[in-house]
Design a protein around this ligand. Structure first.
Ligand SMILES: Cc1cc2nc3c(=O)[nH]c(=O)nc-3n(C[C@H](O)[C@H](O)[C@H](O)COP(=O)(O)O)c2cc1C
Length: 219
């Protein structure tokens, strides 16, 4: 079974996430492909990102500025796949979610793992702009953002009294998302087990250094 971590991207009191997450978590657990854990950013009061090389210590097992930062990097590392649940704030992801992603620093914990996402908003946009930004952000972490998302407009009317979506298309979209996530998770677990390339940023630095040395008069 793939270890799936559901990241809850908003934290404010009265958040709509509290209606979206139980429904998504139940569906993910019922899917059969996943061992599911919720990472609620309310339970992870991460500092505003301020790491630097002085806080790292051992680059292969960074200390960071606080134990919570290290624990967060480990919690993200200890997963095969992610499902991000996010509202849309000013046409993007909430700052607290961006901060949590930025805090995964130097550990490459998201690398070569699939990320699916559910977006929602109070208006007709349904969080699509947050989802598009999230995909761009996740590319930089070297995660694999997936094409099929769940978009939930008019979130205040999106669930009935039993906690089920009022639109049948919403459950269908979640099923597609979970099927894709399971497929990608298995595919990438196999690929990682067969061996991973050194992160591109490091290979680029090393190759550039090599080229510079080869071209230097002292070489
Ligand atoms: C700071 C802030 C900015 C928002 N910006 C947008 C926006 O750009 N587009 C949109 O459709 N809804 C926007 N909304 C509405 C939210 O998407 C909606 O309130 C949603 O429920 C927020 O998620 P949460 O309740 O889990 O915090 C905004 C809400 C807040 C609090």
């Amino acid at each position: 079974m793939s270890k799936l971590k559901i990241i809850v991207g908003t934290t404010r009191p009265s958040r709509s996430a509290d209606r979206v997450v139980p429904w998504a978590e139940a569906a993910a657990a019922a899917h059969g492909a996943f061992e599911v854990e919720v990472l609620d950013l309310r339970d992870w009061p991460l500092p505003f990102f301020a790491e630097h090389f002085g806080t790292v210590g051992d680059i292969n097992d960074p200390t960071y500025s606080q134990p919570l930062v290290k624990a967060w990097n480990r919690a993200i590392q200890d997963a095969d796949a992610y499902l991000v649940v996010t509202g849309e704030y000013n046409h993007s992801v909430p700052g607290i979610l961006k901060n949590a992603i930025d805090t995964v620093w130097l550990s490459h914990a998201f690398r070569n793992k699939p990320v699916a996402a559910i977006g929602y908003s109070a208006g007709i946009g349904g969080g699509v702009r947050a989802l598009e930004h999230l995909a761009q952000i996740m590319v930089e972490t070297e995660a694999v953002p997936l094409r099929n998302t769940v978009v939930m407009p008019f979130i205040n009317d999106a669930f009935d009294g039993s906690g089920q979506p009022t639109s049948p298309a919403t459950n269908a979209a979640l099923q597609v998302l979970l099927d894709d996530l399971a497929w990608w998770s298995t595919a990438l677990e196999r690929a990682r087990a067969a061996g991973e390339l050194v992160p591109g940023r490091i290979r680029l630095r090393d190759l550039t250094l090599k080229a510079k040395t080869a071209g230097s008069p002292a070489a």
